[in-house]
Design a protein around this ligand. Structure first.
Ligand code: SAM
Ligand code: DTB
Ligand code: SF4
Length: 345
C-alpha cells in the first residue's frame, strides 16, 4: 500500500507505508532550507496558490475533499500547560473535566458520523500520555468498533510507548494525530510540560508501529513567519512526510494564555496551507480548527491552495465548528465532491 498516494491511500487500509512515486513534475524532498521555504511562502499570493494548486491537481487527480468527524472521548482536566488549550486543567475556561466516554456511546457517534458522510473518525483525549489499563483497553475497543464500521480510525491521546503504539496498530488504528504545534524555536513559549523531542519520540513510535502519521500545527500563536516556515520545514524534512498534515488556526479561548491573540488572517492561513501542499505534495492537508471564524470564500481559498480534508459536525473537541447544513451547502454550491465511503464487500 503506498505511503502517501492520491486520495488518501491510507484510507481504509489504514496501514503504513511504502512511498508511491510522485507523478512526473512533482518533487518530494526532505532537505528544505528555511530560505527555500520562506521564498515559497512569500511568493505573490496568486502565484503561490497557482503553484500549490498545480501540485495538488497532479497528485490528487480526483480533487475530492475528505469529510472527517471529531469526537472528544475524554474532555478536560488535562495536566499539561499547552497555552492554546481550553482543556488544560490549570486554565479557567469553563471546560469541565469528564470521564472517558463509554464504548457504545462512542460507536453510536461514529455510526452517525458515517451516516452523515464521514470516512474518517478521529477520537481525542485530554491526556498527557496514555496509561495502560481498562481505559486504554476501552480505547482499543473503540478503534476496533470504528474500523468495523468501515471508516478510518484516528486517535489523539498524547504520548505513547512502543507497546501502546503496537497495540493500537493491532486494533486496526489507521492514523495517530500528534502535532508538533509550532517551530522548535517557538515551542518553549507555548508549552513547558513536555518537549519538542518528546513529541518526535512519540511520532517515531507511531511510524515504527506501522500506523500512519497525522502531524501538523497551529498558526496564530504569536509566532513569526519564519516560525511558520520552520514548522513546515521540520514536518517536510522528516524521513517520511506525515501522511496527514492538519493546519489549525488558533481558536483563542477565553481563560487560556492565548485568549487575546488576533484572529488569523485569511491570507496567512492560505499561505501556510499552500506551502504545506508544495512541501508535502502527497500528504492530506487538513483544514482543521478555525473554520468557524472564516467566511466561505476563505475556506474555498484554503481548498484551492491544497487543503483536501475538513472536520464537520457542530463541535471540534470543545470549540465550535460550522453547522453541518452550512458545510454541505458550501460543498454543494462549489461543486466540491466528498471522498466516498468505502464500498463494503
Ligand atoms: N492531549 C492530546 C495531545 O495534546 O496530543 C490530544 C488532544 S489535543 C487537544 C490535539 C491538538 O488540538 C493539539 O495538538 C493542538 O494542535 C490542537 N488544538 C488544541 N487547542 C486548540 C486551539 N485552541 N486552537 C487550535 N488548535 C488547537
Ligand atoms: C488537530 O490538529 N486539530 C483537531 C484534531 N487535530 C484533534 C483538534 C482541534 C481542537 C480545537 C480546540 C477544541 O475544540 O478544543
Ligand atoms: Fe492536554 Fe492535549 Fe490540551 Fe495539551 S493540547 S493541554 S496535552 S489536551
Amino acid at each position: 500500500m503506498p505511503d502517501t498516494a492520491p486520495l488518501s491511500s491510507e484510507s481504509f487500509s489504514g496501514h503504513a507505508h511504502v512511498a508511491a512515486p510522485p507523478p512526473p513534475g512533482v518533487s518530494v524532498r526532505h532537505d528544505w532550507s528555511l530560505a527555500e521555504v520562506r521564498a515559497l511562502h512569500d511568493l505573490p499570493l496568486l502565484e503561490l496558490v497557482h503553484k500549490a494548486q498545480s501540485v495538488h491537481r497532479a497528485v490528487f487527480v480526483d480533487n475530492k475533499v475528505q469529510l472527517c468527524s471529531l469526537l472528544s472521548i475524554k474532555t478536560g482536566g488535562c495536566p499539561e500547560d499547552c497555552s492554546y488549550c481550553p482543556q488544560a486543567a490549570r486554565y479557567k475556561t469553563g471546560v469541565k473535566a469528564e470521564k472517558l466516554m463509554a464504548v457504545p456511546e462512542v460507536l453510536e457517534a461514529a455510526s452517525r458520523a458515517r451516516a452523515a458522510g464521514a470516512t474518517r473518525f478521529c477520537m481525542g483525549a485530554a491526556w498527557r500520555e496514555v496509561k495502560d489499563g481498562p481505559q486504554f483497553d476501552s480505547v482499543l475497543e473503540m478503534v476496533r468498533g470504528v474500523r468495523s464500521l468501515g471508516m478510518e480510525a484516528c486517535a489523539t491521546l498524547g504520548m505513547l510507548t512502543e507497546s501502546q503504539a503496537r497495540r493500537l496498530r493491532e486494533a486496526g488504528l489507521s492514523a495517530y494525530n500528534h502535532n508538533l504545534d509550532t517551530s522548535p524555536e517557538h515551542y518553549g513559549d507555548i508549552i513547558s510540560t513536555r518537549t519538542f523531542e518528546d513529541r518526535l519520540r512519540t511520532l517515531d513510535r507511531v511510524r515504527q508501529a506501522g500506523i500512519s502519521v497525522c502531524c501538523g500545527g497551529i498558526i496564530g500563536m504569536g509566532e513569526s513567519v519564519d516560525d511558520r516556515c520552520n514548522l513546515l520545514r521540520t514536518l517536510a524534512n522528516q524521513e517520511h512526510h506525515p501522511e496527514s498534515v492538519p493546519i489549525n488556526a488558533l481558536v483563542a479561548v477565553e481563560g487560556t494564555p492565548l485568549q487575546s491573540q488576533q484572529r488569523v488572517e485569511t491570507v496567512d492561513m492560505v499561505r501556510t496551507i499552500a506551502t504545506a501542499r508544495i512541501l508535502m505534495p502527497q500528504s492530506m492537508v487538513r483544514l482543521s480548527a478555525g473554520r468557524q471564524q472564516m467566511n466561505e470564500e476563505a475556506q474555498l481559498l484554503c481548498m484551492m491552495a491544497g487543503a483536501n480534508s475538513l472536520f464537520f459536525g457542530e463541535k471540534l473537541l470543545t470549540t465550535g465548528n460550522p453547522e453541518y447544513t452550512q458545510d454541505m451547502a458550501l460543498l454543494e454550491k462549489a461543486g466540491i465532491r466528498p471522498l466516498e465511503p468505502r464500498q463494503e464487500g
